[in-house]
Ligand binder design. Structure first.
Ligand SMILES: O=C(O)CCC(=O)C(=O)O
Ligand SMILES: [Fe+2]
Length: 311
């Protein structure tokens, strides 16, 4: 199908999101919209931050050096150092054990974890990614995290605006021999996200992640310096091969993030990044996304009537 018909279909389904993706690939547009939003929210931001500060004792991340974290996120496009309490990891893991996840993030491809083999047989292919739906409304721990005062403070400071929570996403990545198209579709090839004029994501591992367990990989600093290998690459949104990324960036900038269950970090995924396809153990990841505007495309809400089980 030619690209223009994809674009027209996308305009029909999600006009605001499609227009934003066209415009926000230009740094000058991102900056201008960011400044306008900062100006529009100038009277609201400080009271919002103060409100977060007043509730820090309710946070799971009370001890975090918040200003240093935001500085790191600005400069490097990624900031490490979050750690979920063990009880929160346990609650999200318990949710994941007791609710169905959905292969390829498709609502009609549900299965419970013990039925993964049967689901693969029904689907006729290995399942690389399976995502939960309606996590915020069904998992209290996820809902609490999305409103955590320290995370909200970071979001407000970083976005320079009262932040909009645009979605929670919780998904498994399984160690399978996945097709090239599934690896592409599920962000296992290097890419940059253009999800809003300003946005970023918190990532939390709910399983131990060591090399081979599907670590997230990010090129620190690349939010300000996209790889420029082909004409138009400054603005293009495309996948990059590993070879292109190693040609463009020093090895020490390409960071593979490993850590025990509970490890968390924030990333402006305008940075070049990908998930590795696991070769050893499955990875369970929770992502919380904050932005200026909500286009309704990032959240995991699906009407119960649309959900179907594969196995
Ligand atoms: O699975 C991963 O680590 C990558 C996910 C990704 O590309 C994203 O959340 O934007
Ligand atoms: Fe991404």
């Amino acid at each position: 199908m030619p690209a223009w018909s994809d674009l027209m279909a996308s305009m029909g389904r999600q006009p605001r999101y499609t227009l934003m993706r066209g415009a926000a690939r230009f740094a000058a547009v991102r900056q201008s919209v960011g400044w306008c939003r900062r100006w529009a929210h100038r009277a609201h931001l400080d009271p919002f931050l103060r409100q977060c500060e007043d509730s820090v004792s309710d946070s799971a991340f009370r001890a975090l050096d918040r200003p240093a974290f935001v500085r790191e996120l600005r400069e490097q496009g990624i900031a490490m150092g979050l750690q979920l309490p063990a009880s929160v990891v346990q609650q999200v893991r318990a949710f994941a054990q007791s609710h169905p996840c959905f292969a390829d993030r498709e609502p009609e491809r549900g299965f419970h974890l013990p039925a993964r083999e049967a689901a693969q047989a029904a689907l006729g292919k290995p399942i690389l990614v399976a995502q939960y739906f309606n996590t915020e409304s069904q998992c209290e721990a996820v809902q609490r995290l999305s409103r955590d005062p320290v995370l909200l403070w970071i979001a407000g400071r970083y976005l320079e605006s009262t932040p909009t929570f645009v979605g929670a996403n919780l998904w498994w990545t399984f160690p399978v021999d996945a097709s090239a198209s599934d690896r592409d579709r599920h962000a296992h090839l290097f890419h940059r996200d253009v999800d809003d004029f300003r946005f970023f994501k918190f990532f939390f591992y709910l399983t131990d992640v060591q090399p081979g367990d599907g670590a997230h990989v990010c090129v620190a600093g690349s939010h300000r310096r996209p790889p420029m290998l082909r004409p138009g690459d400054r603005w293009n949104i495309r996948r990059y091969s590993d070879d292109e990324v190693t040609r463009c960036f020093a090895a020490e900038r390409i960071v593979e993030i490993c850590g025990p269950a509970g490890t968390g970090f924030a990333e402006n995924t305008l940075c070049v990044h990908k998930g590795r396809t696991p070769t050893r153990e499955p990875r369970l990841l929770l992502q919380l996304q904050y932005a200026l505007f909500d286009y309704g495309v990032m959240h995991d809400r699906r009407p119960a009537s649309t959900l179907r089980m594969l196995a």
